[in-house]
Structure formats: structure tokens, C-alpha cells
Design a protein around this ligand. Structure first.
Ligand code: SAM
Length: 224
């Protein structure tokens, strides 16, 4: 029992602080052995109406996309294209298979990469970290969000969903709230999650230059 606890703890530490190769091996092992099957089916998750509203017919980048729930459970007609990035090739293989079976391959692409190093080739209307941001070193989260801000369209938004159990996500929520313009903070009842929708730095720069973003999500809007 104690051995298992220590091994789980070590695993958790390496999934955050290991090299990309080590992280990939651990996540591949998780997905190959079905440890994340519980996230395969999440229809009705409170994140979907928010993504659908923010995407507004545009493009979505899903960082730490897992085995394809978001790519396949989002309403199909609310976005133009979806790109999923994950460190685990096993998760990506599963996601790709599911997407093909679901006839969404023409508007979906997946890439194996570490969020730390991935460099997008264009801007997106939504950049999503769904239950994946805590696998980034805490000290790097602000810098990573600032870097990805450059890949948001001026009116684009980040959407972050964090499991908040045992106060695990508190520091991350503070980083986001202190550094970025949060336009929606949603605490679903009966869960230990929080969902934040916020602007990147590109939006600030556009506003500072007097360029008015064309599409605005109402401040404080709460989509049910
Ligand atoms: C808890 S799962 C969440 C999956 C999916 N976003 C969801 O909400 O169902 C975390 C995902 O993040 C991925 N991940 C963890 N660290 C990563 C990293 N450094 N770069 C890319 N993906 C990473 C894992 O492989 C896994 O698929």
C-alpha cells in the first residue's frame, strides 16, 4: 500500500518535472493501460457551451487534448477547425480513431507534442487547457500562457478547466486572475472544478493600440 502510494507520488512528480520523453512514456503507459477511460465519455460537461460560444464558428486549439472527448463531443457545427495536442501518442492514436469513426477527420487534426515546446503555426479563437494545466510546472504557467497569448486572435480567449480538489488548483487560479483579464469564472455546483474564460495579452495590446476587437463576449457573462 505504502509502496503504491510512493510510486503514484513519484509518477505524479515526473509527469510534471520529467523530461518530455519521460512524461510521454508515463502518459502512454496510462492510456495504454486504460487508466483514463473515465474521460472518454463526458457529454454534457459544462465546458462545452463555453467553448461553443467562444469558438463562434472559428478555430480551437486543445492543449493536452487526451483521447478525443472534446474533439468528438463538441457540437460539430460551431467551429471551423479543431487542433488537439497531447504528449501521449497513445492518447492521440485513440483520439484519431474516434474522430475518423465519428466523421470529423476533415476538420480535426492531432499532434504529439509537449505543451512546453509546441509552437502553433497560426492563431486560434479558443485555446483550451481542459484538466491539463496542472501538468505544467507551476513556476512556468504564467510564461506559458503569455507565450500562447501570441497564438490567440485579438478577440480570442483561453478556456481553462481545473480540478480544484484539496485546493490543488488554487495557485493556478490566482496566477490567471492576477495576470489576465478574466471574463468568466464558473464554479459548477457539486463538483470540485473551476472554469475560467480569459483574454490573452494580444487582446490587451490591441486595446492599447486602439484597435477594437470585433467580437466581444459580454463581461461576466455566464453560459448555462
Ligand atoms: C487529465 S488528462 C485530460 C484530457 C482531456 N483534456 C480531458 O479533459 O478529458 C491530461 C492530459 O494532458 C496530457 N498532458 C500532460 N502533460 C502534457 C504536456 N506536457 N504536454 C502535452 N500534453 C500533456 C496528458 O497526456 C493527458 O491526455
Amino acid at each position: 500500500m505504502l509502496r503504491q502510494k510512493i510510486s503514484d507520488k513519484m509518477r505524479g512528480i515526473l509527469q510534471i518535472y520529467g523530461t518530455s520523453k519521460i512524461k510521454q512514456r508515463l502518459w502512454d503507459d496510462d492510456f495504454t493501460h486504460g487508466r483514463w477511460e473515465r474521460i472518454d465519455k463526458t457529454p454534457g460537461d459544462c465546458i462545452y457551451p463555453r467553448i461553443e460560444k467562444a469558438a463562434n464558428g472559428g478555430s480551437i486549439l486543445d492543449l493536452g487534448c487526451g483521447s478525443g472527448n472534446t474533439a468528438n463531443e463538441l457540437a460539430v457545427d460551431v467551429y471551423r477547425d479543431y487542433t488537439g495536442v497531447d504528449i501521449s501518442s497513445a492518447a492521440i492514436a485513440k483520439a484519431q480513431k474516434r474522430t475518423e469513426a465519428n466523421c470529423r477527420a476533415h476538420k480535426t487534426s492531432f499532434l504529439q507534442s509537449d505543451i512546453d515546446n509546441y509552437v502553433p503555426d497560426r492563431q486560434f479563437d479558443v485555446i483550451l487547457f481542459r484538466e491539463s494545466i496542472y501538468y505544467i510546472r507551476r513556476a512556468k504557467i504564467q510564461a506559458i500562457l503569455e507565450r500562447y497569448s501570441e497564438w490567440l486572435t485579438p478577440e480570442g480567449v483561453f478556456i481553462v478547466k481545473i480540478w480544484h480538489g484539496r485546493k490543488k488548483g488554487k495557485g493556478i487560479v490566482d496566477i490567471i486572475k492576477n495576470r489576465f483579464e478574466v471574463i468568466e469564472e464558473y464554479w459548477p455546483e457539486q463538483t470540485e472544478s473551476v472554469l475560467l474564460v480569459f483574454r490573452g495579452n494580444a487582446h490587451r495590446a490591441a486595446v492599447a493600440l486602439g484597435v477594437s476587437p470585433q467580437v466581444q463576449i459580454e463581461s461576466g457573462a455566464s453560459v448555462q
